[in-house]
Design a protein around this ligand. Structure first.
Ligand code: GLY
Ligand code: MN
Ligand code: MN
Length: 444
């Protein structure tokens, strides 16, 4: 019997998008403007496109779900501060790809002040941006830069007739991404849901695993669960790595057999309403950890639990990472995989042979979400509303100098944690990570 789908949390209402735009504009000079392009459809092959996924920044400021959109923010403009350009209504095309909202729908459903269809874009852009001294855009977006440059040149050509072209382009990313870093209550509700779906998917993969299946069978179970509960699918390419494939950090082929006696590392998360879940679990294909697997796993788990417990306002990600490095290095020495003194092995970085990535990244609309990791050159303290991952791992190469029982073992354990006033809320607690709990679930 398939389980009941989880109830969907409420989508972000137009009011919140309006408040986000207002908060951004409150930090911009009065004579500036924001120019932000949405995502376009991308061809997969010949007549097939990839499923459309909106640009995270345009989504954050508008919730507008269609390709080829352009959002302008014009602080202080009396006819409306937010102007959206969108696809033209076109009954012939809509018969193939569905109803388009058009200008009226964009205002009605998404609460922008004004909207126009793209057929009017060129004619209107100049007038809208005339007199805006600084133009904020994503400077790494070539299409946005080209568009801004084109409008600037057209205004410059009419300067003697009174047109006032923008004098400079400024990067929108730092301001907007700082805002995205702190999640609202409604965003947190969506992220809890993405995390809950992701956790259920991992439970399903654990229950399904057995020798003789292939990695893609677990991927199929995961992705079934994402979609079953209303997610759009995976938030990033699912990783299912059996045996030594777990040591390849971005292994996504997922096409090898799952073997008796080996571990499998699963790093997969659902996307829900464009928010990402990001979970890693590592478990034995046959449901029982061997002694060597158990001792390494216990070590990663201990480091991961300490790091999760350390999340609270004021702490920095670099302090959390240093704690993980300390725990892992001490454990590697205890197991005889490193020699000597913990501090010395941290200083000469010999632990990096087994742990080469960082412990955390921000999580939100993007799996590696936006927002600075540093403030004035220093690691920044955590604040309530930030969401991050905690994901230590150990990856033991298949090399002569590694004791045979440990060769080719890769283990990572990853949870998503929201920073609260009191500490941290683990969003992904729905999937077990303790050895006895995993074994009990797999024996069920
Ligand atoms: N799944 C990508 C990451 O864990 O960073
Ligand atoms: Mn991650
Ligand atoms: Mn991950």
């Amino acid at each position: 019997m398939l389980p009941d789908p989880l109830p969907r949390p409420a989508p972000i209402p137009p009011d919140e998008y309006r408040a986000r735009r207002a908060a951004l504009m409150a930090r911009l000079p009065a004579d500036s403007a924001v120019l932000l392009l949405g995502a376009n459809l991308a061809t997969r092959s010949r007549d097939s496109d990839y499923p459309f996924r909106q640009h995270s920044d345009l989504h954050y400021l508008s919730g507008f779900p269609e390709p080829d959109a352009l959002l302008l923010l014009l602080p202080g403009r009396s006819e409306g501060e937010s102007v959206l350009f969108c696809q033209d209504r076109d009954p012939a095309l809509e018969a193939w790809t569905g109803i388009r909202l058009g200008a009226e729908g964009a205002v009605r459903e998404h609460g922008v002040d004004q909207a126009f269809e793209n057929a009017e874009r060129d004619a209107r852009l100049e007038a809208l941006l005339d007199g805006r001294t600084t133009l904020y855009l994503l400077l790494d977006d070539e299409a946005a830069l080209a568009l801004a440059e084109e409008v600037r040149a057209r205004l410059a050509a009419r300067q003697r007739r009174g047109a006032r072209p923008p004098r400079s382009f400024a990067d929108l990313a730092p301001l907007l991404h700082e805002q995205r870093l702190i999640k609202s209550e409604r965003e947190l509700a969506l992220m809890r849901h993405a995390a809950e779906i992701s956790a259920r998917a991992h439970v399903r993969a654990m229950r399904t695993a057995r020798p003789g299946l292939a990695e893609y069978h677990l991927q199929a179970e995961l992705e079934h669960e994402f979609r079953w509960h209303g997610g759009s699918g995976p938030a990033y390419a699912s990783i299912v790595g059996g045996g030594a494939n777990a040591c390849v950090l971005h292994y996504i082929e997922n096409d090898k057999p799952l073997r008796d006696g080996e571990l499998v590392l699963v790093d997969a998360g659902a996307e829900f309403d464009l928010y990402a879940g990001d979970i890693t679990r590592t478990f034995p294909v046959n449901g029982r950890f061997s002694d060597a697997q158990r001792s390494l796993y216990a070590l990663v788990l201990e480091a991961q639990e300490h790091a999760v417990d350390a999340v609270r306002p004021g702490v920095t990600l670099s302090e959390i990472h240093d704690g993980v490095v300390h725990d892992l290095t001490a454990g590697l020495i205890r197991l005889g995989l490193l020699e000597g003194d913990v501090q010395a092995r941290i200083e000469d970085e010999s632990y990096k042979r087994f742990y080469l990535h960082s412990t955390s990244h921000w999580l939100g609309l993007d799996v590696h979400d936006v927002g600075d990791y540093r403030r004035e050159g220093n690691p920044r303290p955590l604040e309530p509303g930030m969401v991050l991952t905690i994901e230590p791992g150990l990856y033991l190469p298949d090399a002569e100098d590694i004791p045979e029982a440990f060769r080719g073992i890769g283990i990572r354990i990853e949870d998503d944690v929201a920073v609260t006033a009191q500490g941290g809320e683990v969003l992904t607690a729905g999937v077990p990570k303790r050895i006895e709990d995993i074994e009990a679930l797999m024996a069920d």
